[in-house]
Design a protein around this ligand. Structure first.
Ligand code: FEO
Ligand code: CA
Ligand code: CA
Ligand code: CA
Length: 660
């Protein structure tokens, strides 16, 4: 979900720099060198003293020479210019085509998109709102034919529905939603599974694909694993505590080695309203998760979202959901063994011993990094044998030590403080109150863990930490090294002996994000990074078939960083380490989600989420953006159509691997 932290440092200090041709942008090293020589005698200047403390021109020169000798970046493309406007941009020599838009038909007989008269019934057959995670599941091993799986994280009623917004002194107020609108929202959540194919070099949706499916906030799901059937999950509608309707706020996710689609339920607290009695036995539990937060109006029409009526319902959200996309009638499963928190994603890797390791972030300020190791092993020859691997395994939470070592601490009932004495009667309680269990183990409080990506090529794991402006100077530690961390950072983990199931490892900060030319920011992009190449707020990420890291962002904006969100290619190896280049950028108001490559790396799928949600701080618009007055009508630019979150497909003109 998009957040709008307050930025205290001006990121526009170089706004007076000459606009540069992308092919000839000065590197940050050149800018810092020039600045140093220009202002080197102004003793006492904060900027100069801080820069001088960070890097000397001689060291810069030596580093740049070393990089030149080693061939520089592993990515071969011409960087685009960072900036802000109403459309998307991709590197020269690539096509970025719109593949799927909010309201496009997914199921046969889906009605034509009619935004002014949208119904829940129509929405249930059409592509949902705010595409976030995107996964590609090849059919018959193909990189040109497969299933696209897409999460629909949340809804923006002010951009979706006409007639809701009134403005008073530039502030937006919304009329309350009616039941049909709430039901449209519920159908616009969840996920989409759709068959796609590449024909004559262009990707298209297979209109009546036999696997095509919509998953919504009303889809019946089964609860499995340690918490299934527990009293704390029982409701009026489900006295057995094993069935739940729908999934909420699915942010990032993953595709398992056995070809299932996993969805990560993130900010589920926002959907619940009402009030829990102060002495209710779930009160402390819900407080730790911020339930009920009540930003949605669903509780007005659906009792299960009112905690005063159904106090156990929130215990049925906040899980990893596994879907078998090969059977459109399959019942999705909420896998409680992977814990309950504000799950960001669930990227996985098969370990050397066949066990499968899932990396999990809990996206909240000061929450934790987790991983789950299956007890069973992956069987590549028997898909059915893998289908319940996620019900049995060990969940660990990370403790990052100051000396660069780390420990994965098991969240196992009966071990350490995780006993009845502390309110954990069984593993079910740990599955439900995972955060409190991790608190008791002394896990390291992180700066909003987002997507976490294991890299099978180099054995490393990349952790996106998006920002945390509330960290005070006293709360700084080596793994979260900046107070008021507005721009986030990326941690690189090396598991002991390359064993992804290991309980120990080492770590270092790969990158502190933000504008490296503003010394107070403390960004650590390599000096080869250009004025376009730096970014703030890493969120999603992907590793391509060449083992290279790509990072997408959530929170860049004209006022925060002088640029929109986008997709950056980030070097991790050799002298080019921490060099970043801008490959794609989104329209105003959007965030960039879902980078995923086909196995052959010839196609890249990207999700443009919440375009036009913003623009008041952009000189090209400069006011509140809403349905009737949008900062962009991307991607159709048709005055009869609203802005539409969409999936974009990127290919190289003439074919070939991306950025190779
Ligand atoms: Fe939905 Fe943590 O981003
Ligand atoms: Ca996000
Ligand atoms: Ca995210
Ligand atoms: Ca990812």
């Amino acid at each position: 979900m998009n957040e709008h932290p307050i930025f205290k440092t001006s990121q526009l200090e170089f706004a007076d720099a000459e606009p540069c041709n992308p092919t000839a942008n000065p590197t940050m090293g050149e800018i810092i060198s020039a600045r140093f020589s220009r202002r080197g005698f102004l003793k006492g200047s904060l900027a100069v003293s801080a820069i001088a403390a960070t890097v000397s021109p001689l060291a810069l020169m030596q580093a740049q020479e070393a990089r030149a000798e080693e061939g520089g970046s592993a990515f071969s493309f011409t960087e685009i210019e960072a900036g802000v406007d109403e459309t998307h941009h991709v590197a020269e020599g690539y096509d970025a085509d719109i593949l799927l838009r909010w309201g496009d038909a997914v199921l046969p007989n889906a009605p034509e998109f009619d935004p002014a008269n949208q119904t829940a019934e129509a929405q249930a057959m059409q592509f949902g709102y705010n595409n976030d995670y995107v996964g590609f599941i090849p059919l018959d091993g193909s990189s040109t034919h497969g299933l696209l799986v897409v999460n629909h994280e949340y809804t923006n009623p002010h951009l979706m529905f006409p007639g809701l917004v009134t403005l008073a002194e530039g502030e937006m107020t919304l009329e309350p939603l009616g039941k049909e609108q709430v039901d449209v929202e519920m159908m616009a959540h969840g996920g989409t599974i759709v068959e796609i194919e590449k024909v004559d070099g262009k990707w298209r949706v297979v209109p009546d694909g036999q696997y095509n499916r919509r998953i919504t906030a009303m889809t019946e799901m089964e609860i499995t694993g340690p918490a299934a059937g527990h009293d704390r999950l029982k409701t009026t509608a489900d006295p057995a505590g094993t069935k739940v309707l729908g999934t909420l706020n699915d942010c990032a996710g993953g595709v398992t080695p056995w070809g299932t689609y996993v969805m990560a339920e993130e900010n589920f607290h926002g959907y619940f309203g009402g009030e829990l009695p102060a002495d209710h036995k779930e009160a402390a539990n819900y407080e730790r998760y911020g339930v009920p937060e009540g930003s949605y109006e669903w509780a007005n029409f659906h009792d299960r979202f009112d905690v005063s009526k159904e106090p156990n319902e929130p215990n049925r959200f906040g899980y990893i959901v596994e879907v078998d996309p090969m059977d459109p009638t399959s019942v999705p499963k909420k896998r409680t063994a992977l814990g309950r928190f504000k799950h960001e994603g669930a990227e996985s890797i098969v370990n050397n011993d066949g066990r499968v390791v899932f990396y999990l972030g809990d996206d909240e300020r000061f929450d934790y990094v987790y991983k789950f190791v299956t007890t069973g092993t992956y069987n590549p020859d028997d898909r059915a044998a893998n289908m319940d691997l996620l019900d049995d395994g060990t969940l660990y939470v990370a403790k990052f030590a100051e000396d660069g070592s780390m420990e994965w601490m098991p969240l196992v009932h009966g071990e350490g403080p995780l006993t009845a004495e502390n309110g954990f009667e069984s593993q079910a309680d740990i599955s439900i109150e995972t955060r409190r269990a991790a608190d008791l183990l002394g896990a390291t409080k992180m700066d909003r863990p987002e997507d976490i990506q294991p890299n099978g090529t180099n054995g490393k794991v990349y952790v996106m930490l998006t920002n945390n402006t509330r960290r005070t100077a006293e709360q700084v530690d080596m793994a979260n090294p900046r107070a008021e961390n507005a721009f986030g950072h990326i941690i690189e983990i090396a598991e002991t002996d390359g064993n992804f199931a290991a309980t120990t490892g080492t770590w270092e900060v790969l990158l502190q994000c933000g504008d490296p030319s503003v010394a107070e920011v403390g960004a650590t992009f390599s000096t080869d990074t250009t004025v376009n190449g730096w970014f703030g707020m890493p969120d999603n990420c992907a590793v391509d078939s060449e083992g290279r890291l790509w990072v997408s962002t959530d929170g860049n904006s004209p006022s925060a960083t002088g640029r929109t969100d986008g997709l950056w290619a980030v070097d991790t190896e050799g002298a080019a380490r921490a060099t970043s280049k801008l490959f794609f950028r989104v329209p105003v108001g959007a965030e960039m989600c879902g980078p995923v490559f086909t196995p052959d790396s010839e196609t890249l799928f990207l999700a443009v989420q919440h375009p036009a949600d913003g623009g008041d701080d952009w000189e090209g618009f400069g006011r509140v953006s809403y349905y009737e007055d949008l900062s962009t009508r991307w991607p159709d630019f048709d005055e009869n159509l609203p802005v539409r979150p969409s999936v974009v497909v990127v290919t190289k003109q003439g074919g070939g691997k991306i950025a190779v």
